[in-house]
Write a protein that binds this ligand. Structure first.
Ligand code: 5GP
Ligand code: ZN
Length: 115
C-alpha cells in the first residue's frame, strides 16, 4: 500500500468510489469520468505503479484483472457485442494514475487505432 496513491486509498475504502466487484486480490469500480456507457477500472489491491514494474512474482495479478473484467463484461451485457481492455503504461500512453489499472470499456462502437 502507498498512502499517497489514489487507487490504494480507494482499495482501502479511504476514498469513495462506486465499487462493483472485488476478490482477495483485485477490485473493480466505475471510472469517475466514463468514456463509454460501461467504463470500469480493475486494479490489483497491492500497489504496482505501472505495467513495466511487473516482475515474474507479481505478473499473475494482470491475469486476475483480465478475468475479473471478462466476468464484469458478461454481467454488463457487453460481452457479445464486444469490449475493449486497455492498460496505459507511462505518460505518452496516457497513464495519469500511478497504480496499475485495467480499463473495461464497452457499450458503443470503438475506433481503431485509438489515437
Ligand atoms: P489512466 O489515464 O491512468 O489510464 O486512467 C486513469 C483513470 O482513472 C481515468 O480514466 C480517470 O477518469 C480515472 N480516475 C481518476 N481519478 C479517479 C477517482 O478519484 N475515482 C475514480 N473512480 N476514477 C478516477
Ligand atoms: Zn497504489
Amino acid at each position: 500500500m502507498n498512502d499517497d496513491c489514489l487507487f490504494c486509498r480507494i482499495a482501502q475504502r479511504r476514498l469513495p468510489a462506486e465499487i462493483v466487484a472485488e476478490d482477495d486480490d483485485v477490485l473493480a469500480f466505475k471510472d469517475v469520468n466514463p468514456q463509454a456507457p460501461t467504463h470500469l477500472l480493475v486494479i490489483p489491491k497491492s500497489h504496482i505503479a505501472r505495467l513495466s514494474d511487473l516482475t515474474p512474482e507479481t505478473a499473475r495479478v494482470v491475469g486476475q484483472t483480465v478475468l475479473m473484467a471478462n466476468r464484469l463484461a458478461q454481467q454488463s451485457g457487453i460481452a457479445e457485442p464486444g469490449y475493449r481492455l486497455v492498460m496505459n503504461c507511462g505518460p505518452q500512453a496516457g497513464q495519469s494514475v500511478w497504480h496499475l489499472h485495467l480499463h473495461l470499456l464497452g457499450g458503443r462502437p470503438m475506433k481503431w487505432p485509438p489515437g
